[in-house]
Write a protein that binds this ligand. Structure first.
Ligand SMILES: Nc1nc2c(ncn2[C@@H]2O[C@H](COP(=O)(O)OP(=O)(O)OP(=O)(O)O)[C@@H](O)[C@H]2O)c(=O)[nH]1
Ligand SMILES: [Mg+2]
Length: 212
């Protein structure tokens, strides 16, 4: 009887858990974004820590949404650390790729080679080409939109994202979106989490959640 009651209790209180992986070049704003997510969804962290240091290793948190737990994995984007990303691919349900919109020249791959646009393209293509990210929903964040020198989101869509997806290294067809955000001010962070929440659910059969 006890075991039955316990089983029913666990069934009634358990939730699906999905994992989201934050990727992007070093200095893109992943940890700042993660801090804002925590401040919005973790009652124990009401104030975001906006003085970040480059991530070596990982920062992990689990936030509770209405219908799921969302585990956020924030990993280091420095060149030497990027080879570690692939160890997270098979268990993630969504990827958020953060771009520093102030460090990609004018945002047009064909007509500008300044900034880190080309590096960004290569890194994004590498992520999409990996068979373990196949079909995983991808949210691209055009971050640092609070700065006057940022490239606007339409240019990033046309100049980078469209070209990556249309190129042969664009990987498989997947659910994707580009959103303008400012991780520093928190603008767009809630919308980003909401996008991930709906997409991991839609892709539930492709990547089933873990029950917690
Ligand atoms: N103006 C502005 N600055 C930002 C924004 N997001 C991040 N930054 C700044 O960019 C710098 C790098 O931010 P991080 O969040 O540490 O970057 P990261 O992607 O985690 O970097 P790694 O851990 O090295 O991969 C910090 O000085 C942040 O304050 C933003 O939206 N606007
Ligand atoms: Mg970081």
């Amino acid at each position: 009887m006890y075991h039955l009651a316990k089983g029913l209790y666990l069934y009634a209180t358990s939730k699906e858990e999905y994992s989201v992986l934050l990727l992007g070049l070093d200095n893109a704003g992943k940890t700042t974004f993660h801090e804002q997510v925590k401040s919005l969804f973790l009652p124990t962290n009401p104030t975001p820590k906006l003085k970040t240091v480059p991530t070596v290793g990982q920062n992990v948190s689990t936030i509770t949404l209405s219908d799921m737990y969302l585990k956020v994995w924030d990993v280091g984007g420095q060149h030497s650390l990027r080879k570690l990303w692939q160890s997270y691919y098979s268990s993630c349900h969504a990827i958020v790729f953060v771009i520093d919109s102030t460090d990609i020249g004018n945002g047009d791959l064909e007509n500008d080679s300044s900034g880190r646009l080309e590096e960004c393209r290569l890194v994004l293509e590498d992520v999409l080409q990996n068979s373990e990210t196949e079909g995983v929903p991808l949210l691209i964040l055009a971050n640092k939109q609070d700065r006057e020198d940022c490239v606007e989101v339409v240019k990033i869509k046309e100049g980078l994202v469209k070209k990556v997806f249309e190129g042969e290294k664009g990987g498989s067809i997947r659910d994707s979106r580009v959103l303008p955000v400012s991780a520093l001010t928190g603008t767009g962070v809630r919308e980003a989490v909401e996008w991930v929440r709906t997409r991991v659910k839609w892709n539930k059969e492709g990547r089933p959640p873990v029950m917690r």
